[in-house]
Write a protein that binds this ligand. Structure first.
Ligand code: FAD
Length: 454
């Protein structure tokens, strides 16, 4: 006798059909499947999404909806606070089970409470590991504490190994008729003004595009990954927004990188996976320290004497008019494309924090709004890494010099000229808004003040 009461699959940052354990469990259970995406901007512990991420989310959901429809199912869209809305869907559909893939920030309190209340009501509720290679509570020091140092963390992960193979996408999904919002009514796309022209040109959201990117990267780019620090050269994968939305899983990437590779690619595979390891590390930090975007991981930094930097200087940073070419190139790339090369993220963040002495949270908030890959672990963890206040962070006294960084990593000025075309004509017409050498000394003095007060 087939099981006719439906299962609900509650999707979050796992907008994919393949290697999706929650969806797999629902299909395996038999019966119709209510696949739900819930736009929750109101529950406690949910950080409101930034503009660029909303743009990506819209397109990712559109693509997922089409992929589900191609398998006979439907994607149900709802909006509201998760606890109420999921309970309502269960009641409307008389669902017998609810499945989801785990999240690791503050939102996990919502999930834990919901799991208990569903079970109390006699509804099966199960969560799965899907978006990390290693569950944070399984990677600890011998004393059972979280790692604060990446190298040790990643060593333990590699020793542990990855347990299972990625799951296939289901061939078909049995639909269940239930009310759904219209994606267009959610207002995720900017209208007045429509600033997303650059994103439309540079970004290709969706599960198929994620896999195409991985394949293209493995075939053509990975062999040059040892040049990943050069922003003018395409040497990295561009997978971060796809990982952000779970259009591809780290497990799928892991397995592809352990599959057939050319010799050049093979030589760089471990180095690439190590970066994926940083993503794991940052989520591990968030799991243990969910207030990562609000508070210094190292509380000594609470006493840091940030300067009273005028707003126009911060705006010059945001809009790429500081007069420092590499910083301006990076900030313009970010605005235009929704992404920025990792090396330049470090340089622009360091400039804001150390040369302008602005609290890292101000920069983190700007990146949160403008990056298509902004996520609640990697963005604040990296900002705190640059600030020196994070786990296994760069020491505060290491101040990136944007001029030397450009000489070293953008030797022929390819990257800078692309984003700051004024430079083609020779001299940069903008004067630097700060003196790099003096502001560096001021930053080190501020650091000494902090140390003396703690
Ligand atoms: P690749 O070099 O191809 O790396 C593969 C994957 O490894 C990436 O997709 C990403 O998932 C992971 N990865 C690589 N570098 C890092 C890193 N330093 N920390 C964590 N994971 C990493 N990354 C985000 O995904 N979201 C963010 O919000 C984010 N904010 C950042 C803010 C600052 C100030 C800095 C310095 C870095 C930030 N990063 C963030 C990390 C990094 O810059 C991006 O992950 C990387 O540039 C994405 O490009 P890629 O996919 O081509 O990387």
């Amino acid at each position: 006798m087939p099981n006719e009461r439906p299962s609900v699959v509650w999707l979050r940052d796992d907008l994919r059909l393949a290697d999706n354990p929650a969806l797999d469990a629902a299909v395996a259970r038999g019966g119709p499947v209510v696949v739900v995406y819930l736009l929750d901007e109101v529950s406690r512990g949910i950080r409101p999404l930034g503009g660029a991420v909303k743009w990506w989310l819209h397109h990712s959901l559109a693509s997922l909806g089409a992929d589900i429809a191609a398998r006979g199912g439907t994607l149900t869209l709802r909006r509201g606070d998760a606890a109420t809305e999921i309970a309502r869907i269960v009641a409307e559909t008389d669902a017998a089970a609810v499945f989801w893939n785990r999240r690791y920030g503050r939102a996990r309190d919502i999930d834990a409470a919901l799991k208990s209340s569903l079970r109390e009501a006699g509804v099966e509720a199960q969560s799965f590991r899907a978006n990390l290679l290693f569950e944070p509570w399984t990677v600890t020091t011998q004393e059972g504490n979280p790692y604060r140092v990446f190298t040790q963390f990643w060593k333990t992960c590699l020793e542990q190994g990855v347990a299972r193979d990625p799951l296939d996408a289901p061939d078909s999904i049995r639909p269940f008729d239930v009310r759904s919002d219209d994606l267009g009514d959610w207002g995720l796309l900017p209208t007045k003004p429509d600033w997303a022209g650059g994103l439309r040109e540079h970004c290709r959201p969706g599960e198929d595009n994620a896999h195409e990117r991985l394949e293209g990267f493995v075939d053509e780019v990975l062999e040059s990954y040892n040049r990943r620090d050069e922003p003018g050269f395409e040497a990295t994968s561009g997978l971060s927004p796809h990982l952000r939305f779970g259009e591809i899983s780290p497990l799928q990437i892991w397995h592809r990188l352990h599959g057939a590779l050319g010799a050049g690619a093979k030589a760089n595979a471990a180095g690439f996976l190590r970066e994926v390891g940083w993503r794991e590390f940052n989520w591990n930090i968030l799991y243990h320290f969910p207030e990562l975007h609000e508070r210094n991981y190292r509380s000594a930094f609470d006493a840091f004497p940030w300067a009273d930097t005028p707003e126009w200087e911060i705006d010059a940073w945001r809009h790429g008019t500081t007069g420092v070419p590499l910083v301006d190139a990076g900030m313009r790339e970010l605005w235009e494309t929704g992404t920025m090369h990792n090396r330049v993220r470090m340089v622009t963040a360091s400039f804001l924090i150390k040369n302008l002495l602005v609290d890292w949270r101000v920069g983190e908030a700007w990146f949160w709004d403008t990056l298509v890959d902004a996520d609640e672990a990697n963005n604040p963890a990296n900002w705190q890494w640059v600030a020196g206040s994070g786990a296994d962070a760069a020491p505060y006294f290491r101040v990136f010099n944007p001029v030397l960084q450009a000489q070293k990593f953008d030797k022929h000025g390819r990257y800078i000229r692309r984003w700051v075309p004024e430079l083609e004509a020779g001299e940069y017409p903008l004067e630097p808004i700060v003196d790099l050498a003096q502001s560096r000394r001021d930053a080190l003095a501020a650091y000494d003040t902090m140390k003396a007060s703690t």
